[in-house]
Design a protein around this ligand. Structure first.
Ligand code: FMN
Length: 163
């Protein structure tokens, strides 16, 4: 198995500027080489493993940048009067969602989850429907963090064995 690791902070992503956006909306082949290279690298994978911390209730900006650069009309999705259709096929994913404060059992004063709801929705919208989620929430506050961590690690190991 070949593993391709993309560190979104170490490997700067190409910008998704107005020109790139206009080219995407035209469905044009006239895209910047670097965004095309990133797209090709992304779609070459059969299995995705995403490690996504909650930042200000959503995903870190570099994850949003990845989404904006990779999403290509006619390549990752199509849009009709029936809505979006994902065009990626046969891909699976695991998304690890962590948070330092938010916990699904906490009251809304501790935050809401626009992280997994957003990112898993995006994966589904481009055709990646087989998505496993591993959650490790409230790392700073949870009294059960050690157990939660063991549980998350066991689940990750189990998913790894199934690859
Ligand atoms: C810029 C930033 C924003 C964050 N915003 C939130 C947040 O809105 N809710 C939350 O529960 N945790 C928040 N955190 C905590 C991270 O989710 C937490 O550190 C991460 O899930 C655990 O990964 P780490 O061990 O790599 O820090 C934030 C952390 C950073 C650095």
């Amino acid at each position: 198995m070949k593993v391709d690791t993309l560190d979104l902070f170490e490997d700067p992503l190409p910008p998704c500027d107005m020109e790139a956006g206009a080219a995407k909306n035209r469905g044009s082949a006239n895209r910047g080489m670097s965004s095309r290279a990133l797209f090709d690298r992304f779609v070459a994978a059969d299995y995705y493993l995403f490690n996504i911390p909650m930042w200000n209730f959503g995903v870190p900006y570099v994850v949003k940048q990845l989404v904006d650069v990779v999403s290509q009309p006619g390549l990752t999705f199509s849009l009709s009067s029936k809505g979006y259709t994902g065009l990626l096929r046969g891909k699976r994913a695991c998304a690890i969602y962590t948070s330092g404060v938010f916990h699904p059992d906490s009251s809304p004063e501790f935050g809401r989850d626009f992280q997994s709801t957003y990112f898993t929705h995006w994966l589904n919208s481009v055709g990646v429907k087989d998505v496993e989620e591993i959650r490790l929430n409230a790392a700073d506050r949870s009294g059960t963090f050690a157990d939660d961590l063991n549980h998350a690690c066991a689940r990750a190991a189990e998913l790894g064995r199934r690859l």
